[in-house]
Design a binder for this molecule. Structure first.
Ligand code: 4AD
Ligand code: MG
Length: 477
């Protein structure tokens, strides 16, 4: 007999039929009740074992973590908490799990402990729910763009370009590190390296994405990106997934409209498809926040927060306005910020972003027209000569979730900018070709996928929303 998924059994409309289920034992109570989970849903199915007619030897092997196959009759449950249960007529242990050694005990484990067991943590309710929501969100991303006729582009993972000009890259080489070939001047001879040049893992697919937008009109990427920033925070990963749409003929306003509509769509999609997982994550968050002082607890529950984002427009504020607000804010005057804001031109830290979103506006905020000095080389210079058409979207509890801009489409202005920043024209000759041949206004943005998953699941550490996190000093699994 083929096995049926637990999710389908629990949604079944016919009972008293013979069924088979396979999964992992979550708990086994009173030598009789197995809570069986197969990952298809957050819910377990209760399997009632006929312990009088089951050999003692078998009963002993029904332990937390064991894989079992149960055959029996699907019946309406008498007990509270579940609609159906399986009255087991035949039980087979597929894979034992030594209860003395299995790390995922049926009790509350700390998130730190679970991170050290990332290969097993997905067997818990919390991580099962997070990973199902993550999967649905990634499908929603494709759905959104495909429905709108965007072309999905796979930009390279190994590249010679530093798209952000920030230099936080992992080098890719096949040169022997203990015996590096040298040039006559004594430098490392990258001509002898695998690609005949210096290469790194991509920090962003944007530059390649732009070349495709300037042919296909509307494109998006969705792939892994890498940053060797040594920031050990709850918002940064060394390997994360980024979604980067790029649209020809869009200006910054159209870019903001697209980002807002896109984010609202994927959140709504997850709420429609994952009601049970989100309900579970909501109660988990509530429980977690009980241990915090009142002032640090969220005013809204998880689902209220998600609904709030769907129902309210993101507040659009210029960088200059934001600086005025921050300069006059209580934490700035009382020197509560780690970085005091006193001048126009200051780079915003996450404490400032969160103040604007969580304390001042109390809604998602899009900041635009940043000082050119603190943004990447490719952003379009405004007529004032000192700000660029950049936009960042800031989310409560997260800070920056999106970074984007209208691109500098004027060849001369772009080349001039690259010169002042010391970016060599020869390295980006192909990028500059988009400005040489049929250049036009275009815009795009990058959304950090894990930051979106953080927001939707109500988790607080980015290491908990990616299967196997890569962070400084950690590449286990
Ligand atoms: O703001 P960033 O650096 O922008 C870019 O890379 C542009 N090329 C995007 C574009 O215009 N096409 O990164 C974009 C987003 C951030 O807003 C953040 O959500 C996420 O990527 N991000 C990270 N997420 C996790 N860990 C990190 N280390 C991240 N760095 C950026
Ligand atoms: Mg950014």
């Amino acid at each position: 007999m083929r096995h049926t998924k637990v999710k389908d059994l629990l949604n079944s409309s016919v009972t008293l039929q013979e069924v088979n289920a396979k999964g992992w034992v979550r708990t086994f109570r009173n030598n009789q009740f197995i809570a069986l989970n197969d990952g298809s849903t957050i819910n377990n199915i209760q399997c009632v074992v006929d312990f009088e007619n089951t050999p003692e030897e078998t009963l002993k092997r029904i332990t937390t973590g064991a894989a079992v196959s149960v055959t029996g009759t699907l019946t309406e449950s008498q007990g509270a908490g579940q609609k159906y249960e399986i009255k087991v007529s035949h039980l087979e242990i597929l894979g034992d799990s030594d209860p003395e050694k299995f790390p995922m005990q049926p009790k509350k484990h700390s998130l730190e402990f679970l991170r050290e067991n990332a290969h097993l943590r997905v067997r818990t309710n919390t991580f099962g729910a997070i990973m199902r929501v993550r999967s649905v969100l990634s499908f929603a991303v494709h759905n959104y763009f495909q429905q709108k006729g965007f072309v999905y582009v796979n930009t390279p993972i190994i590249t010679g370009a530093d798209a952000e000009g920030a230099g936080e890259m992992f080098q890719v080489t096949s040169l022997p590190l203990d015996n590096l070939p040298k040039t006559e001047e004594g430098n490392i001879d990258y001509k002898k390296d695998f690609f005949g040049k210096h290469t790194n893992l991509t920090v962003s697919g944007q530059l390649e994405g732009e070349t495709f937008a300037m042919a296909l009109g509307q494109i998006y990427t969705f792939g892994p990106t890498f940053r060797a920033e040594n920031s050990n925070t709850s918002r940064h990963l060394a390997e994360f997934w980024m979604i980067e749409p790029e649209v020809a003929f869009n200006d910054l306003d159209a870019n903001m409209d697209l980002a807002e509509d896109f984010i609202q769509y994927v959140i709504k999609y997850a709420m429609d498809k994952c009601p049970e997982d989100l309900k579970f994550l909501e109660s988990r968050l509530l429980e977690e926040e009980k241990s915090k002082p009142q002032a640090e607890r969220s005013e809204m529950s998880l689902l209220e927060k998600l609904n709030f984002v769907l129902e309210n427009n993101f507040k659009r504020v210029s960088y200059t306005e934001a600086i005025d607000i921050l300069r006059d804010s209580t934490p700035n005057k009382k020197k509560k910020f780690q970085y005091i804001i006193d001048e126009w031109g200051a780079d915003l830290q996450s404490e400032h972003e969160r103040y604007l979103v969580e304390k001042h506006f109390k809604c998602p905020v899009i900041l635009f027209d940043y000082p050119a000095k603190i943004k990447a080389f490719y952003m379009r210079l405004n007529e004032d000569g000192k700000t660029v058409r950049a936009m960042d979207i800031l989310f409560p509890g997260i800070g920056e979730i999106v970074g984007g801009s209208q691109r500098e489409e004027r060849f001369d202005v772009l080349v001039e900018k690259m010169k002042t920043l010391g970016i060599h024209e020869e390295e980006l000759w192909w990028y500059l070709d988009t400005r040489r041949f049929g250049s036009a206004v275009h815009s795009g943005f990058g959304l950090g996928f894990e930051r979106l998953v953080l927001f939707v699941t109500g988790m607080t550490n980015i290491r908990d929303v990616i299967p196997f996190p890569r962070t400084p000093m950690n590449a286990e699994f």
